[in-house]
Design a protein. Structure first.
Length: 108
C-alpha cells in the first residue's frame, strides 16, 4: 500500500533531486522512499568493550591461582541468569571469552 506525501522544499533542490534520480534510473518517489527507509530502520546495538582495570588479577582469578576478593564474592556466590534477550553472537570477543571462562570455572 502506498500513500501520497506532499513536500515543500526549495525549487532548485527539487530540480537537482529529480535530475539525480533520473541519472540513477529511479523515480524521485523511489529515491525518497529509499532514503526514508534507510534513516528510519532500527540501529544496530553497539556493545561497549570492557577492559578490566587489572587484567592480570582477572587472569589469576580465572586460573584459580588467586582467590576471589571479598568485595566480589557476592557476584559469584549466587547464580546469575543470563539475559535471554541478549544473543550470544552480539557479545564482543572479550565478553565471549570471559563468559566461557567463567562458565568453565563456576558452571552454568
Amino acid at each position: 500500500m502506498t500513500t501520497k506525501v506532499t513536500l515543500d522544499i526549495n525549487e532548485k533542490l527539487a530540480e537537482k533531486a529529480k535530475k539525480y534520480a533520473e541519472e540513477q534510473g529511479q523515480s524521485l518517489s523511489d529515491l525518497v522512499e529509499t532514503f526514508l527507509a534507510d534513516v528510519t530502520k532500527p540501529k544496530e546495538k553497539v556493545l561497549e568493550k570492557i577492559t578490566p582495570k587489572n587484567p592480570e588479577l582477572v587472569k589469576r582469578i580465572l586460573d584459580g591461582t588467586e582467590p576471589i576478593p571479598k568485595k566480589l564474592e557476592v557476584f559469584f556466590s549466587r547464580k546469575v541468569k543470563v539475559n535471554p534477550e541478549l544473543e550470544y553472537s552480539e557479545l564482543s570477543e572479550d565478553k565471549k571469552t570471559l563468559t566461557e571462562e567463567l562458565m568453565k570455572k563456576y558452571g552454568s
